[in-house]
Write a protein of this length. Structure first.
Length: 533
């Protein structure tokens, strides 16, 4: 673990030298510090300006061969006709990424090593802005789900489209998505941005995954931009028949009940430990409670049983549990993750308010994230009135908490907290917008509560290599290297390409599991061994 060692007297002489060595790079850090200016890791990069490669990422066994592939979104990519912001998705074999052995810190152009690149979406679609994967048809190969939230449909601007590509034969994915996807789901209103968030989860507990799609701008004349989340069961008759344009309301819609709520964040879990599932829905522009906090954000906890036998429900329902963001304009609920941090059998919630700040009178988007432990019963929480483990940014404009994850990185049966601060200036605040990613290892509640606070208490911190690289735009935990512990994949969509003169082409960094252990603490150039306590 990263904290609490007692140093034997025989090794006391090593400690000052060790401290000085670390301080040469950054001020003393409580946990593992991975500075990408010092550490060489497998790195991929986009090719074209404003491509934003690394904006999204997902892993899956797309060809059904038993090994994972990695899909990476580049929603700013141009199409073959030169249309801007059409978007693209790159697909890689994971052993190819692991095999990138460059030790100079240089990035490899993604197009040179990708198995294929899916292109051909219309202009301004932002194809690849969101990604998800799961074996939706039970054939042993994962489907790839791609959101194009700014796509026009049937005369409606930015209605949004979601494409599903069949697992198995990756060659069949080549070509315009409208022709190669097995299903295309479309938003129905201009500005709805259907596909702005995706989640695959077994909501009803029948063993088959469902697809949930957010359209945060959807609404009615009475409730504009309330947002909606559409749930599609892939065993349903119309989808099973392969209809090419299944309407997004062919299944169940969770609809925002308040104008401007902007339903977008999504997660799923059993938060009270009763064996049934709940859906956490983030209304990150909500003014609840009672309109007293503008755009503070609220997360609604919707029992899955509310979806039984209906085509639409409205949130919040009278009995839905709510978690209220603490401060106006904090945008609480934009990013939500679920997992069991304290290993008590009840799922916990890690929810960010990426635009929060310490001073309520200013707007500085420093950001914070809150850990809400599962409870029986699970009840409404107002974070302005109730204490919860609170993780905060280093400084103004960090956007701490966009995004967050809960995943078990060290294979100890407790999920760990992973949080990005895309525009952080690093531990010394002198590397402008380099970005950071922090890992807080899960454990007993008392341990987690002791870690809550500033990033200096993180067990692992990854620091962007240079100014303006803004690492952390996307996060993924997966066994890319096929080891016993998962690796950490970090997207940097605003970083330059393999050629540093190509702006915002985007990069993707693979942080191997071996670097996320205590032995990775010292910079590679240090002549000192790490003391074995």
């Amino acid at each position: 673990m990263a904290h609490g060692h007692s140093h034997p007297h025989a090794r006391a002489a090593l400690v000052p030298a060790l401290v000085l060595t670390l301080a040469a790079a950054f001020p003393l850090h409580a946990g593992i510090l991975i500075d990408l200016a010092e550490k060489s890791v497998p790195t991929l990069a986009g090719t074209s300006p404003e491509e934003h490669f690394g904006y999204s990422t997902v892993a899956g066994d797309f060809d059904g061969d038993g090994t994972l592939e990695l899909a990476v979104g580049a929603p700013g990519a141009a199409n073959a006709a030169g249309g801007v912001h059409a978007g693209a998705v790159y697909v890689f074999e994971t052993d190819t990424i692991v095999g990138l052995k460059d030790t100079t810190g240089a990035a490899t152009e993604a197009a040179a090593v990708a198995v294929l690149v899916i292109t051909g979406a219309p202009d301004h679609s932002r194809f690849g802005a969101t990604l998800a994967s799961a074996d939706l048809d039970g054939d042993g190969a994962d489907e790839l789900v791609v959101g194009a939230p700014d796509a026009d449909w049937d005369g409606a601007i930015a209605a949004g489209t979601v494409y599903v590509f069949a697992g198995g034969d990756l060659d069949a994915w080549s070509g315009p998505p409208a022709e190669t996807a097995i299903y295309s789901f479309h938003g129905t209103g201009g500005g709805g941005r259907f596909g702005s968030a995706l989640l695959v989860a077994d909501v009803d507990g029948d063993g088959a995954p469902e697809l949930l799609v957010a359209a945060y701008g959807a609404g009615t004349a009475e409730t504009p931009s309330a947002g909606e989340i559409v749930l599609v069961r892939f065993g349903s008759e119309d989808v099973a028949d392969g209809a090419p344009d299944v309407g997004p309301r062919s299944e169940i819609a969770i609809v925002g009940g308040n104008a401007g709520d902007a339903l977008r964040g999504m997660a799923e879990g059993d938060f009270d430990g009763d064996g049934t599932r709940e859906i956490a829905v983030g209304a990150y522009h909500s003014d609840e409670p009672d309109g007293e906090r503008v755009d503070s954000g609220t997360v609604y906890i919707v029992p899955a049983e509310r979806l039984d036998g209906v085509s639409q429900i409205t949130v919040p329902g009278d009995d839905d549990v709510r978690i209220h963001g603490p401060i106006s304009f904090g945008h609480f609920g934009r990013s939500i993750a679920t997992g069991d941090v304290d290993a008590d059998g009840k799922d916990d919630l890690f929810i960010s308010a990426y635009a929060s700040r310490v001073d309520e009178k200013s707007i500085e988007a420093s950001g914070e994230a809150f850990l809400i432990f599962g409870e029986d019963p699970f009840e409404t929480v107002d974070l302005k009135e109730t204490e919860a483990p609170r993780f905060v940014s280093r400084s103004r404009w960090d956007l701490f908490g966009l995004p967050v994850l809960l995943e078990d990185l060290n294979a100890d049966a407790s999920d760990d907290l992973v949080v990005a601060a895309q525009f952080s200036g690093g531990p010394d605040k002198k590397r402008r917008w380099c970005g950071e990613v922090h890992v807080f290892l899960g454990s007993l509640r008392s341990v987690i509560e002791a870690k809550a606070g500033e990033p200096k208490l993180a067990d692992v911190t990854v620091v962007g290599p240079e100014e303006d690289y803004a690492i952390g735009g996307s996060l993924l935990v997966a066994r890319i290297a096929a080891g016993s512990r998962p690796d950490l994949v970090i997207g940097a969509p605003d970083a330059p390409g393999a050629d540093p003169e190509v702006p915002r082409a985007g990069r993707l960094y693979l942080i191997p599991a071996s670097m996320l252990s205590r032995r990775a603490t010292l910079p590679e150039r240090s002549p000192l061994p790490i003391p074995a306590y």
